[in-house]
Design a protein around this ligand. Structure first.
Ligand SMILES: C[S@@+](CC[C@H](N)C(=O)[O-])C[C@H]1O[C@@H](n2cnc3c(N)ncnc32)[C@H](O)[C@@H]1O
Length: 281
């Protein structure tokens, strides 16, 4: 999901990881229909074998792992992440949702050694593949981990969600900030926006569908969406602190002052989220 150079490669700064973890959780809370829509898409492309084993690659706080455990009640989910911080948060959530017995965590740096895993029926990689040093190699590892006939569901961001698109000149500010972030990503996280269809095919997968899910929440936003707006704009403000014009920085500071976003009737949540469902033949 949302992106800036502060969280490339898992981020080992706990303050930063904690902010990213909050953002990932808020995203799932603000868009409660999104992950169920993705897991339904996975279900619709399954072959006739039951789903028993699922891999969540770069699982973060486990919003995907939990949605998958819910959708496939007979499956065990292995959630892999480089970050102990994320995996601890994930285990806490699994306990709270009473699925701790079916969600297992594995700490691993997927750039150095792919973990030894039993073949899975479904693998889920959400906004994690672009973090790896060599996505082509990671896709080859994923291919080898998925059983023949099994599925890879890949979600990759295009950009951060937008909140100010209906807010007059603030929309221009958001556009300017996104342009700077895109340039930053090109330098620091070069695989964001890679040609995933081509890479999936090159790795041997057969693409079953590519779905662009469009999100457009309008006012009044639920509290979690307003909080997501605050966290996202705060990340933009911090990440771009020395690159924003003084006017843009001041406008963002005003927007981020307590309760300001809550009282803006023109706040929206807009995003486009591509998902690929690909089969290992
Ligand atoms: C943007 S988050 C996405 C988390 C989750 N999949 C989601 O969509 O909410 C990316 C995750 O990938 C993990 N990650 C980054 N590089 C990794 C690596 N080399 N090996 C394993 N995990 C990695 C990070 O720690 C982080 O939790």
């Amino acid at each position: 999901m949302s992106h800036d150079h502060h969280h490339q490669h898992g981020g080992h700064d706990h303050g930063d990881e904690s902010a990213l973890a909050d953002l990932l959780d808020l995203d799932a809370q603000a868009l409660p229909d999104h992950l169920p829509e993705v897991t339904a898409l996975i279900r619709d492309h399954l072959d006739d074998r039951p789903v028993r084993r699922i891999l969540d690659m770069g699982a973060g706080t486990g919003t995907g792992a939990l949605a998958l455990a819910e959708r496939f009640p007979d499956a065990e989910v292995t959630a892999v992440d480089i970050s102990d911080f994320m995996l601890t948060r994930l285990r806490d959530k699994a306990r709270a949702h009473d699925v701790a017995d079916r969600i297992h965590t594995r700490q691993a740096d997927l750039d150095t050694a792919w973990p030894d895993l039993d073949p899975v029926d479904v693998a889920w990689a959400s906004n994690s593949l672009h973090h790896t040093a060599d996505p082509e190699r990671t896709l080859a590892d994923l291919f080898a981990t998925i059983r023949p006939g099994g599925l890879l569901a890949l979600a990759e961001l295009i950009s951060m969600p937008r909140f100010l698109s209906a807010a007059g000149e603030l929309a221009d500010l958001e556009n300017r900030a996104h342009e700077i972030l895109t340039a930053e990503n090109a330098a620091h996280v070069p695989h964001v926006g890679a040609d995933w269809s081509t890479l999936l095919t090159k790795a041997g997968f057969e693409i079953q569908t590519e779905r662009h899910i469009h999100i457009a929440l309008t006012s009044p936003l639920p509290t979690s969406a307003t909080q997501l707006a605050h966290h996202t704009l705060q990340r933009i403000r911090t990440a771009l602190s020395d690159r924003l014009s003084p006017q843009d920085a001041a406008a963002l500071d005003t927007l981020l002052s307590p309760d300001t976003l809550t009282h803006r009737p023109d706040l929206t949540l807009r995003d486009e989220r591509p998902v690929w469902i690909a089969r290992r033949p």
